[in-house]
Design a protein around this ligand. Structure first.
Ligand code: HEC
Ligand code: HEC
Ligand code: HEC
Length: 502
């Protein structure tokens, strides 16, 4: 009887031991019935699990598509963070031109992309053109996705059509002011800036590097944040990964430069940063980077993270102007406590609301410690030798103070309260934030960096306004209109005069 059990892995041992315990089933019909049911219950799922080949190749495509959608972070943008259904849209992306709402990309035929053919889907994802021919704004990172391979588009399409639950709900409409509401203007933008080439492996490099390039430049679209943008809001390729503004935050230089970029980080630090948002005391992921780690990178395979690290190592180094020391070597442990003891009151009660040192003691020291070295267990990071306090651009320090840090990795939450307008702890003014930031920079960070209350106001308001956004200003538009009219009138007169002269 034992011989008849098919050889498909470890589950046979379980059934075998059952057989032995129950004796011969021929003598006992009850035992036979029990045995049949029990072995079916045990064997079926085990057999399926041990035989992935038994799963149809279609489902393979779907699960590959799901992984790709995580690597590309589709859900983060296409889900309303205020409890929206997955992929139903409604996330408001704060662009300098106004709010751009992500759309419903569930397979709902009425409200989503249920009627999209595979090719229409490919065109939306890689070329930024909807099925109805309307052009998407580059808030949808199609310029990065343009390099996605046909095979990956197939997998993504299979996942969205087969495994995503349709949500029968319209996403809010995007209403940008003139001239940005003219979607056709994107035709010109695409002609100038949209790459047409799909990814092809560089034969001179190994598989890991090629995979890393595909992830960093394509799927995981790191350049959308880390590459500075030109006057038309397109990535400036000659400064690839040299650092870019992302709303209130600044995505720092991640080129291979040893001082300004990640050239001085170890492979382990980079791996850990991408996988968990922590690179020892050197750096922690906050703001949009924390979101990317939380929703996307922490779920990627170790091999994929290693591939990204390998590729980042080879991104051409770009040094920030005038930089002479690495971002992570600044500052010394604070001695304020000793200096201030007996001189000023060192309680949580602030006696001088404009004194950076006192404000630091009151608002920050309970976690980052009076000496700025953080806690021993490293849960609260040191502010010394930390890239956020050491980089020449203090934007992320200001943003961390105003908006705090929030990140969930592996089911564990990391939280620093913000001190901005929504603070549940304490609301600090622009002057107070500037005073704390300057104290932190002087004591623990880059002494050359300075923060003014106006800088804080800019970060609070969502970041600096790029030139192009001024186009939507009625006054500027009026002036441009008048100048344009003036040119036309002048040209008309000039032609008339030449005609009369003849
Ligand atoms: C950084 C945010 C962001 C990410 C990441 C993102 N999208 Fe989008 N997507 C948008 C926004 C915003 C729009 C709407 C843009 C507009 O209205 O011009 C959009 C529009 C679309 C559309 C057009 C749907 C329609 O008919 O309106 C499709 C399809 C789409 N995205 C698919 C995807 C897929 C698939 C992924 C992942 C591979 C993805 N998106 C990742 C922001 C994002
Ligand atoms: C949505 C925007 C966004 C995307 C996408 C993004 N980053 Fe970031 N990144 C940021 C911001 C903002 C910071 C600064 C975070 C902070 O202050 O804690 C940052 C910080 C970093 C740092 C730390 C730099 C330092 O000096 O401390 C590294 C390394 C990094 N990102 C790598 C990457 C890689 C690699 C990718 C793609 C796989 C990526 N990022 C994708 C916005 C982004
Ligand atoms: C309740 C504890 C707590 C308080 C109070 C606090 N922090 Fe933090 N801080 C944290 C935690 C937690 C992190 C994130 C650690 C991580 O990401 O792993 C953090 C991170 C930071 C970072 C790094 C952010 C980045 O972008 O990488 C800076 C800078 C910082 N804090 C400065 C301050 C300053 C200045 C104050 C006072 C205004 C302050 N913190 C108050 C707990 C605190």
């Amino acid at each position: 009887m034992n011989r008849e059990i098919p050889e498909i892995g470890g589950w046979k041992l379980v059934v075998q031991s059952l057989f032995e315990r129950l004796g011969s089933p021929k003598k006992n019909p009850l035992k036979l019935a029990f045995l049949t049911i029990a072995s079916a219950v045990i064997a079926l799922p085990l057999a399926a699990a041990e035989h992935p080949a038994a799963v149809s190749t279609k489902d393979d495509l779907v699960s590959r598509g799901q992984y790709l959608s995580v690597a590309a972070d589709c859900a983060a943008c296409h889900t309303d963070p205020a409890g929206g259904q997955p992929f139903a849209g409604g996330y408001a992306i704060q662009s300098p031109m106004g709010k751009i709402f992500s759309t419903n990309i569930t397979p709902s035929k009425q409200f989503g992309i249920g009627n999209y053919s595979r090719d229409e889907f490919a065109k939306a994802v890689r070329e930024g053109v909807r099925a109805d021919g309307g052009h998407l704004y580059p808030a949808m990172p199609y310029a990065s996705y343009s390099m996605l391979t046909d095979a990956d588009i197939d997998a993504l399409y299979a996942y969205f059509m087969k495994a995503v639950k349709p949500v029968e709900k319209a996403s809010p409409e995007t209403k940008l002011p003139f001239p940005f509401n003219v979607r056709a203007s994107m035709i010109g933008w695409n002609a100038l800036f949209l790459g047409k080439d799909r990814f092809t492996a560089d034969k001179a490099k190994d598989d890991q590097w090629n995979r890393g390039k595909y992830l960093v430049e394509g799927l995981a679209h790191c350049a959308e944040c880390h590459t500075p943008r030109n006057a038309l809001m397109a990535p400036n390729q000659s400064a690839a990964f040299a650092g870019g503004q992302v709303g209130s935050w600044y995505a720092p230089n991640i080129t291979s430069d040893k001082l300004s970029g990640i050239g001085g980080w170890t492979d382990e630090e980079l791996f850990s940063y991408l996988k968990t948002g922590k690179a020892g005391d050197k750096s922690r992921a906050a703001g949009p980077m924390a979101e990317a780690v939380e929703h996307s990178f922490q779920h990627l395979s170790d091999d994929d993270i290693k591939a990204m690290v390998a590729y980042l190592r080879t991104v051409p180094a770009i040094r920030d102007a005038g930089q002479t020391e690495a971002n992570f070597v600044h500052g010394t442990a604070g001695t304020d406590v000793l200096k201030l003891r007996g001189v000023r009151k060192l309680t949580h009660e602030i006696t001088d609301m404009s004194d950076g040192a006192q404000l630091y003691i009151a608002a920050c020291a309970s976690c980052h410690q009076p000496d700025g070295l953080g806690t021993k267990d490293k849960f609260y990071p040191a502010l010394v030798n930390n890239t956020t306090t050491g980089q020449p651009n203090p934007t992320d320090l200001i943003a961390a103070i105003l908006f705090g840090v929030k990140r969930e990795v592996g089911g564990r939450e990391t939280l620093m309260p913000g001190f901005g307008a929504d603070s549940l702890v304490q609301r600090l003014s622009d002057e107070q934030v500037a005073a704390i930031a300057n104290h932190v920079l002087q004591q623990f960070g880059n002494k050359q960096a300075k923060v003014t209350p106006a800088d804080v106001a800019t970060v609070r308001a969502g970041g600096p306004t790029p030139l192009i956004a001024w186009l939507a200003n009625p006054f500027v538009l009026g002036v441009i209109g008048l100048v344009g009219l003036g040119v036309i009138v002048a040209a008309f007169r000039f032609i008339r005069r030449r005609k009369q002269a003849r």
